[in-house]
Design a protein around this ligand. Sequence first.
Ligand SMILES: CC(C)(COP(=O)(O)OP(=O)(O)OC[C@H]1O[C@@H](n2cnc3c(N)ncnc32)[C@H](O)[C@@H]1OP(=O)(O)O)[C@@H](O)C(=O)NCCC(=O)NCCS
Length: 178
Amino acid sequence: MTFIPFPKLQTNRLSLRRLEERDAKVILFLRSNEIVNQFVKRPKTNSTEEAIAFINKINKGIEEEDWIFWGISTNQNTELIGTICLWNFSEDKKIAEVGYDLHPKFHQKGIMNEALECILDYGFNTLSLESIEAYTHKNNEGSKKLLIKNKFEHIAHRKDNDNPDNVIFSVSKDHMTS
Ligand SMILES: CC(C)(COP(=O)(O)OP(=O)(O)OC[C@H]1O[C@@H](n2cnc3c(N)ncnc32)[C@H](O)[C@@H]1OP(=O)(O)O)[C@@H](O)C(=O)NCCC(=O)NCCS
């Protein structure tokens, strides 16, 4: 598994690309806006400097194969509108967790569905993952609907010890292709 060169991906409407320092303003927005973070438990980003530090940490982690993290732009405009990542790889690199967020201006237009389809294909067919998991808040209807639409199943017997409000979803490569 290597992410060098960076695996830039393209869909009908979207470009999935490496984050750059010029994305700091949108990263700050995504990691501090109330709507985006309503169901997401993570440390808030409080300044442009913190956003730049976050981008640098993300890009270093990609080089070290800790995770792969894409900025989402439309094919018409290079401005960042959201992010999607595969992280928390199991030791044998067969399981990863997916994470995503999107600027509210672009919600409910099928954008994350398009990005997720692309990342699932990359995860299963390029990284040869066996399954991909998602931890999401039990009341995050948009996220749950997105996952179910992409053949993820709720794993009711598994709990997130760090956040009891989360539910765990998983999709396996076999299930995707069946
Ligand atoms: C969750 C999120 C990524 C969904 O992105 P999106 O681009 O709006 O989703 P899509 O438009 O691709 O929609 C996928 C499905 O979910 C449905 N959906 C999306 N948002 C919804 C909402 N708020 N309520 C109900 N259904 C919703 C869509 O209607 C669609 O289903 P359909 O095709 O049957 O109509 C977006 O709401 C977001 O960024 N939220 C904030 C960050 C977040 O919660 N991240 C998840 C952390 S686990």
